[in-house]
Design a protein around this ligand. Structure first.
Ligand SMILES: C[S@@+](CC[C@H](N)C(=O)[O-])C[C@H]1O[C@@H](n2cnc3c(N)ncnc32)[C@H](O)[C@@H]1O
Length: 259
């Protein structure tokens, strides 16, 4: 079990370290999100029967709070060896990952940073045990899903972030709204678009053989982007076929009168 003080201490040592400095408000909020993610990761690692080195990817990693804390507070504490790959496209953040990785107390976990877009398949090692992506913004969440499926990840923990117009399912929702005659008030539109985007992501995972649960991992007061996609590859053909049919219907609904 990973406690809040464990997380605060690790964040301080890995990312702040200056004597007398303390976590900022933003980082204290992050602590609660990280506690939610550590609980999920701890549960998954504890349940894993095979004891071979654990292979994990932190995608759209930012400063890699999730991946690095999981290496130290979950894997190292359980005496597990492993390989952690951090994928982040921004150069300054990738550099921050490397600095923090050098201070992680997880001697049996090999950590590498790949400065890359998550859409680049060559950045993704094959068959990881777990992919984590906390607050993958806009279309990055869809890419994380696509690449997790493509590299045959066993499990995925995804928390999407903002939904921009670049998200393909948001464009479907926009067209669909017109067909349904829904008013375009911002709050109505936002909720409708988000439901379509969330539903489409779930169906993509299920059609690819992932049993998927969508649940809040922290209260909405911590972050409005508080939904976690917990997905596990099971490859059940009937469920996959059903999901594929629903996905085609959902995507078609936004196309029907606009072709
Ligand atoms: C909101 S931050 C979240 C960072 C981290 N996961 C966290 O929760 O602290 C999103 C990060 O994803 C990165 N990112 C966004 N789109 C990306 C892409 N297509 N490929 C790689 N990284 C991306 C951004 O540079 C940013 O660091």
């Amino acid at each position: 079990m990973v406690s809040l003080p464990d997380i605060e201490r690790a964040l301080h040592r890995l990312y702040i370290a200056a004597p007398g400095a303390s976590l900022r408000r933003e980082e204290r909020k992050k602590t609660l999100e990280l506690a939610g993610m550590m609980k999920e990761i701890d549960r998954i690692v504890s349940a894993a029967r095979e004891k071979r080195p654990w292979r994990m990817i932190d995608a759209a990693a930012g400063k890699a709070y999730v991946g690095l804390l999981a290496a130290e507070l979950v894997l190292a504490r359980k005496g597990r060896a492993g390989r952690l790959v951090l994928i982040e496209r921004d150069g300054a953040r990738a550099a921050a990952c490397r600095r923090a990785a050098a201070c992680v107390h997880a001697p049996r976990v090999d950590i590498s940073v790949r400065q890359s877009d998550v859409a680049d398949a060559s950045a993704w090692p094959s068959e990881p045990d777990l992919v984590v992506a906390l607050h993958a913004c806009g279309p990055a969440s869809d890419e994380v899903i696509r690449q997790s499926v493509a590299c045959r990840a066993r499990r995925l923990l995804l928390v999407p972030c903002c939904t921009s117009k670049q998200v393909a399912a948001a464009q479907i929702a926009d067209r669909w709204m017109e067909d349904l005659g829904l008013p375009r008030h911002a709050e109505i539109r936002r909720r409708f678009v988000q439901a379509v985007v969330d539903g489409e992501r779930t169906l993509v995972l299920e059609a690819a053989g992932y049993e998927t649960v969508v649940l809040p991992f922290v209260p909405p007061t911590v972050t409005p982007h508080n939904l976690l996609w917990r997905a596990r590859r099971v490859g059940e053909p009937r469920r996959m076929a059903e999901a594929a049919k629903k996905l085609a219907r959902l995507r078609g609904a936004g196309e029907a009168s606009h072709v």
